[in-house]
Ligand binder design. Structure first.
Ligand code: AMP
Length: 598
């Protein structure tokens, strides 16, 4: 595939999609050959294959890896060694994925042409949606996009999120006008690093164009809900700006000011009155449809951990707007698109794009029982012979995704578990099942059992001076309010007495336990808490003595084996949550933001 084909738009893009999916096997083999040719001279591949590299040697000799295996190479490049350690083309940036390793964000290598591949996938989205939602060229799209703080590696390579990289690239900034993707948000507001100012201006722009907005959304459902909560707090100021034609003085970003002053060129008291009347309503049920009456759908990722936000989105749209989930992607590689954008979120399947990278799959079984073991064997070696090619996966089976990219990842385990739901032409379609080994996730954070355990171990030491012991714990991602927050249930026993004295420990001590846990959680969690404000203060709920015994009784009554019972470290079942919440004796919140340095 050459660069030109990556530029296809509209009908041409759909034709290209048909072609690619009809020839999945050939396209995949071709991609692997090209990766091997482009990266033939790298230290990494030379370590496993001597001399010229072909597909069968690759399949026989290159091991399946996780981040810890590639990290030493990435660290060396970040410190100034040549990119040829892993890739034939120079690395242009490192992408910070939401996974973390030893508390640091994982850095994923990226080369210039990766932006073309991502743009190719983005350019497919509107042609796909247009097949189902006509007339979008007659209005605007209110998509709330944000950049995040950037870092730099010791050798000066930018280290940033994949979305920040895309919005800052010429592929986005210099895009041709597209009537199907005419954003209400000015680029200057999207590109503002201050997330409050960016949000303020993007919502203001969306309100000014409220009658023209035909679609709205954000990349993840969590961001869209954050926007609604921001609106709840800020609508009086936004209305004031519209009424007077003057932008709020707290917006001091020059880009935002210049873009918004053009939009606010004349006072519009009528529009301000309309918005005020809607926002004054005591119930915000259906607010999205009231504020944007011509919107035809909401676009956001609502699969995987984001599915927890579906009820809130349905509430704010009064169940009147379809929730559209368009794509499946990661910092390592973009993967696939949803060809049935209007389907129910529970039915979403992503058709893999065979030209994005070389995809292989670790078979996990054909029912969900394996999910129980997902936390346990992440570091186990996976024999190369087990891997299945994209075109040969079987409908109904579960697999873990493994990718090989142009930018230097070879047989890299993404950590996502997918189920094959069918085929489009010769290309499989996958339902996203879960991210391996993630217990808690509110926004971009992904906290695993080990991280949670480590943070609990640090926090529980603060109980020692009180002769108190943490007896049992579990956790829950509480998204009933915005932003959501981590809830940790603690059963505390006193070594000197059997009486429930936990409540007698000074509240300050348990608040310090909350912040001690947060300080111990990883970089992304702390960024979401401190900088993005997309996660609220961690809460410890102390439960009465005996609660975890009752929890065990409940799970055993529901069929868990008494011999193998282990306290689940994260609770999802409604009945179990009810039991825990009915036994709470006191709640404590983190008193401050954890430390975080960009
Ligand atoms: P990151 O590396 O931070 O870009 O995160 C990528 C991860 O986010 C993927 O590996 C998935 O676990 C998750 N993800 C991305 N897109 C989707 C989607 N459409 N549905 C569910 N999970 C997704």
């Amino acid at each position: 595939m050459d660069g030109k084909k990556l530029e296809y738009k509209g009908v041409e893009a759909l034709k290209e999609l048909e072609k690619l999916t009809t020839q999945a096997e050939e396209v995949q083999e071709d991609i692997l050959k090209k990766i091997l040719a482009q990266n033939e001279e790298t230290d990494y591949l030379n370590k496993y294959i001597v001399g010229s590299k072909n597909v069968s040697q690759f399949k026989r000799c290159v091991p399946v890896i996780t981040y810890k295996d590639i990290r030493p190479y990435i660290v060396r490049i970040a410190n100034g060694e040549d990119s040829s350690l892993i890739t034939g083309h120079p690395l242009t940036e490192m992408l910070c994925s939401s996974g973390t390793s030893a508390g640091e964000p994982k850095l994923m290598p990226s080369i210039a042409e990766d932006l073309d591949r991502r743009t190719f996938l983005y350019n497919l989205i509107m042609p796909i949606i247009n097949q189902y939602v006509p007339g979008l060229e007659e209005g605007k799209a209110m998509f709330l996009y944000f950049v995040k703080a950037e870092m730099s590696t010791p050798c000066g390579l930018p280290a940033r999120t994949v979305l920040t990289s895309y919005y800052k690239s010429p592929h986005f900034k210099c895009r041709a006008h597209d009537p199907f993707n005419d954003f209400t948000s000015p680029d200057q507001a999207i590109l503002c690093y201050d997330s409050n100012q960016s949000m303020y201006c993007q919502l203001l722009a969306g309100l000014i164009h409220r009658q023209k907005v035909l679609s709205l959304g954000a990349v993840f459902a969590s961001a869209l809900l954050r926007a609604i909560s921001f609106l709840e707090r800020n609508w009086p100021n936004l209305c004031h700006d519209i009424r007077t034609g003057n932008l709020n003085a707290t917006i001091n970003d020059p880009g935002c000011r210049s873009a918004m002053s053009i939009m606010l060129s004349s006072p519009d008291p009528n529009l301000a009155d309309e918005i005020e009347e809607i926002c004054r309503c005591s119930s915000w049920k259906g607010i999205i449809c009231h504020l944007w009456p011509n919107a035809k759908y909401i676009e956001a990722v609502v699969t995987g951990s984001m599915s927890q936000y579906i009820p809130s989105l349905k509430y704010y749209s009064d169940e009147k707007l379809p929730l559209v989930c368009t794509m499946y992607a990661s910092s390592e590689c973009y993967f696939g698109v949803n060809l049935k954008p209007l389907c129910d979120p529970s039915e979403v399947s992503y058709t893999m794009l065979p030209n994005m990278g070389f995809f292989e799959f670790i078979p996990l079984g054909d029912n969900r029982t394996f999910v129980m073991d997902l936390n346990e064997d992440e570091d186990e070696d996976v024999p190369q012979s087990q891997l299945v090619d994209l075109a040969h996966v079987e409908v109904g089976r579960y697999y873990e995704l493994v990718v090989t990219t142009f930018s230097g990842l070879y047989r890299y385990r993404i950590g996502d578990v997918l189920q094959v739901t069918g085929f489009h032409n010769r290309t499989p379609q996958f339902r996203f099942i879960c991210r391996r080994n993630v217990l808690l996730s509110i926004d971009n954070d992904k906290t695993n059992e080990e991280d949670l355990h480590k943070s609990i171990n640090v926090a529980k030491k603060l109980l020692d001076p009180y002769n108190a012991l943490l007896f049992e714990y579990t956790s829950y991602a509480d998204t009933s309010s915005v932003p959501g927050h981590y809830v940790i249930y603690w059963e505390i026993i006193h070594s000197t007495s059997v009486v429930d004295e936990a409540i007698s420990i000074d509240a300050k001590v348990l608040q310090e336990c909350c912040i001690a846990m947060e300080e111990e959680l990883d970089y992304i969690y702390r960024r979401c808490r401190t900088n993005d404000k997309s996660i609220g203060p961690l809460e410890i709920r102390v439960v009465k003595l005996g609660t975890f015994d009752s929890l065990m009784d409940l799970f055993i009554a529901q069929g868990a084996s008494i011999n193998q019972y282990k306290t689940p470290r994260c609770i999802k079942s409604k009945a179990a949550l009810k039991l825990l919440n009915n036994n709470v004796s006191a709640c404590y919140f983190s008193p401050r933001d954890p430390a975080w340095i960009a």
